[in-house]
Design a protein around this ligand. Structure first.
Ligand code: PEP
Ligand code: MN
Length: 338
């Protein structure tokens, strides 16, 4: 259940109202938008007399029952689009961002070269995995701390904010200078990790699990928001289906559906969705057309020698020409890159 408050209610009245509700055995949290403040109730609210609360509290404009299990991420609770500040660049509300870089940070030379090139082409954030979740324990699993150090060096050289994946909460101290913490598909329902990044107060890029519904994705985001961190970007990166000619099946309908259901920005990763370099450009364009707020695209200076995901990585020239095309499409959609 939510109570939408009248405009410009003083803070002490809001707190007194919350206390009155909490004394009845409910948890509450505040959702503060530019126009409205909303008090959300968590718990089984079936027995609450909503009408009498509205009538007896002059600060309340109206009440509404929220039937979905997710509350803080729900657009009903927070109608305005959330803008995520990713190290100084804004994602959402018409601001479109392109995250690019290698699957894995492999060496100083590699990450600096890729960072400089993708920046020149127009990417606005740099990605690079330091802790890599790999299906085989014998595959390259990343440079770990050294990978974080090199990524931060590339950030210093280029000024691009950086995105990198965390595998578990013990790694959080290493992420102090990282701009966006990525939670990968395989960790989407690692609930302890979700709670910890919810308390860490850094933007989180939450990828959809390969066998998870949109409702499950939203509930995972809810874990983060319910700990006080509303800086969450959702990422559609393809799901497992019976189709095996692509690595995953890109669920493009997830983008407009998620944007109806939640106020959080939604981006698309066409690289992991397809696993095939040739499909990255058409899927990236489709993502712009269905209303995504950004893209994550894997790039490499020498994809044939990449230590992970070479087959889906664009080389630096391919990325440059894709960017030239995307820039026009992004502005055609009325959005601004960067
Ligand atoms: C990645 O971004 O490199 C990655 C491992 O992605 P996902 O979690 O979507 O598979
Ligand atoms: Mn990858």
């Amino acid at each position: 259940m939510i109570f939408v408050l009248k405009p410009a209610v003083p803070r002490f009245k809001i707190e007194a109202f919350r206390q009155q509700i909490e004394e009845q055995g409910f948890q509450t949290f505040l959702s503060t938008g530019t126009e409205h403040t909303v008090v959300c109730l968590i718990g089984n609210t079936a027995a609450i007399d909503m009408e009498s609360i509205v009538q007896n509290n002059d600060i309340v404009e109206y009440g509404r029952r929220v039937t979905e299990p997710y509350k803080a991420v729900n657009r009903t609770v927070h109608p305005e689009n959330t803008m995520v500040n990713a190290g100084g660049v804004i994602i959402g509300e018409g601001m479109f961002q392109i995250i690019s870089g290698p699957c894995s940070v492999e060496s100083e030379e590699q990450i600096i070269k890729v960072a400089q090139s993708v920046k020149e082409s127009g990417a606005t954030l740099l990605r690079g995995g330091a802790f890599k979740p790999r299906t085989s324990p014998y595959a390259f699993r990343g440079l770990h701390e050294e990978g974080i150090r090199l990524l931060l060096k590339a950030k210093k050289e280029t000024g691009l904010p950086v995105v990198t994946e965390i595998m578990n909460q013990t790694q959080l101290p290493l992420f102090e200078d990282i701009d966006v913490i990525q939670i990968g598909a395989r960790n989407m329902q690692n609930f302890d990790l979700l709670r910890e990044v919810g308390r860490f107060h850094k933007p989180v890029l939450l990828k959809r699990g390969m066998a998870n519904t949109l409702e499950e994705l939203l509930l995972s985001a809810e874990y983060i928001l319910s700990e006080g961190n509303n800086q969450v970007i959702l990422c559609e990166r393809g799901i497992r289906t019976f189709e095996n000619s692509t690595r995953n099946t890109l669920d493009l309908s997830a983008v407009p559906l998620l944007k109806q259901k939640t106020h959080l920005p939604v981006i698309v990763d066409p690289s992991h969705a397809s696993g095939l370099r040739d499909l990255v450009a058409p899927l990236a364009k489709a993502a712009v057309a269905v209303g995504a707020d950004g893209l994550m695209i894997e790039t490499h200076n020498d994809p044939a020698r990449a230590l992970s995901d070479g087959a889906q990585s664009l080389d630096l020239r391919q990325f440059q020409s894709l960017m030239a095309d995307l820039k026009q499409r992004i502005s055609f959609e009325g959005k601004q890159l960067g």
